[in-house]
Design a binder for this molecule. Structure first.
Ligand code: FAD
Length: 430
């Protein structure tokens, strides 16, 4: 095969921004009242879900977003939504015990189903939801319903040994989904402020939290605050920084190539493999291929480097497609990264951080179902209703040790990549 040229990236934003519906008109500072029941920091999926559920339960809610709605992971992710958590089930059982693990797994299914109902509803047409995820294996073919010979109906990739289809999982345009969700929040009475960071201080009598918005010095009070800041932001409470690491991951999107995709990936299912640092990819409605890959705790690669890595990956897993892209001079139009918040045990923190302060963060690479359902659980808890919060309380806080932790995480991911290659080499001999 010919050497593949360094790809050219034409556009530096995300494909979602380029194809997104108009962002909703949020509130200006003049709309802020003196008092709220709950102030939420961060307008990602977790923050907006908590806001919507709280408002539906009758709470007076404000969301403060330091940038724009869904500029974090929630508006720039792979767009896969399936059951499960970032932590594998076996680890969950080990960490919290079988009873809480069962509750948490049921919540993850509820989260997927709630997202699915919303994404496929007529009002969310712009979320472009499509059903089905094909999970591919590179190293363990046993127990999969689709054997290698069946896979050619879906993908022309010699490395994939077997697979199974999750028909309930789905894929969608996450930024459009988030913009529609923000509209629903405002329709439910939530005040939504963009472009401000908040300083929060507990009042001496601990009856409420004073919130000051920088740089305007605009002030209000809230009975409770929720930190739903994901893997972003410098002003979160030390309690959260001590227990979560920001981990980066990467996505590239090719130029349109429908005819090639009809031949090499003749399916509209989303696809993902079972590497420890897995690849996930899917056809987009305008004939492009979205390719997601890799994780890093320390590096900040340029768009060109992200696209180059994607092409190397495609070349390794779909060599004929890479060859055809090369001969037809099809490159990448988009390449971007995003931050995820990870705890050492890969589970989120949902619940009390301190007096009147709550965490709703740490959903890792599996937040599209879990972030939504965790927002529902915390909302019910804050409204004094029965909820599954005890199962989140069972997740222990594990310190991440700052810069040292980032370096350790990077080493861990390198090791996982080597383990993947060895496993694939043992099975496939390449
Ligand atoms: C590239 C990529 C691909 C992914 N693919 C998938 C996938 O296919 N499926 C899946 O399930 N998950 C995926 N994930 C993970 C998923 O996107 C996240 O788990 C989820 O979006 C986390 O939601 P969140 O609300 O916790 O955080 P975010 O969406 O990151 O939201 C946090 C928000 O808080 C704001 N903020 C930060 N600090 C402050 C502050 N002090 N004050 C006010 N606002 C603040 C940020 O600007 C941001 O908007 C992916 C993540 C990335 C980065």
């Amino acid at each position: 095969m010919q050497k593949i040229k360094t790809p050219r990236v034409k556009w530096y934003g995300t494909w979602y921004e380029a194809t997104g519906i108009t962002a909703p008109q949020t509130h200006d500072l003049g709309a802020i009242s003196a008092d709220y029941d709950v102030a939420i920091m961060g307008a990602g999926l977790a923050g907006l879900s908590a806001a919507l559920h709280l408002a539906e339960l009758g709470a007076k809610v404000i969301v403060i977003e330091s940038k724009e709605i869904a500029t974090g992971a929630s508006g720039r992710n792979g767009g896969f939504c399936s059951a499960g958590w970032a932590a594998p089930e076996s680890r969950l059982i080990n960490d919290v015990g079988p009873r809480h693990a069962q509750v948490l797994e049921a919540l993850a299914i509820e989260g997927r189903d709630a997202m699915r109902a919303r994404a496929f509803s007529p009002a969310y047409h712009a979320a472009m939801a499509k059903a089905g995820i094909l999970n591919l294996t590179l190293s363990a073919p046993e127990g999969h319903e689709l054997k290698a010979k069946d896979l050619s109906r879906f993908i022309k990739g010699p490395r994939y040994l077997a697979g199974h289809i999750d028909p309930v999982g789905f894929h969608f345009h996450p930024l459009n989904f988030m913009r529609l969700l923000a509209q629903d929040c405002m329709a439910a009475g939530v005040t939504l402020i963009e472009g401000h960071e908040a300083q929060c201080s507990l009042s001496p009598k601990a009856g409420y939290v004073n919130v000051t918005l920088g740089p305007t010095e605009h002030r209000f009070r809230a009975l409770n605050i929720i930190w739903a800041t994901g893997g972003y932001g410098d002003t979160k409470p030390p309690m959260l920084s001590r227990f979560l690491l920001p981990i980066r991951t990467f996505i590239s999107v090719t130029a349109p190539m429908s005819t090639l995709l009809d031949e090499h990936i003749p399916t509209h299912l989303a696809l993902g493999d079972d590497r420890r640092a897995g690849n996930y990819f899917r056809r987009l409605p305008d004939g492009r291929l979205l390719w997601g890959m890799g994780i890093s705790a320390v590096s900040k690669p340029s768009s060109e480097t992200i696209a180059r890595t994607a092409l190397a990956d495609i070349k390794a897993h779909l060599p004929d497609l890479a060859q055809a892209m090369q001969s037809q001079e099809i490159g990448f139009d988009f390449a971007w990264s995003g931050n995820m918040a990870y705890a050492r045990h890969f589970m989120p923190y949902v619940g009390a951080l301190g007096p009147r302060s709550f965490a709703l963060a740490g959903f890792g690479g599996h937040g599209m179902n879990t972030g939504f359902v965790a927002g529902r659980v915390l909302a019910q808890h804050l409204c004094g209703l029965q909820s599954e919060i005890a199962s989140f309380d069972a997740i222990k806080k594990a310190p991440v040790y700052g810069r040292l932790g980032l370096l350790a995480a990077e080493g861990h991911y390198h090791l996982r990549r080597i383990q993947d290659r060895l496993a694939e080499y043992r099975v496939g001999g390449f």
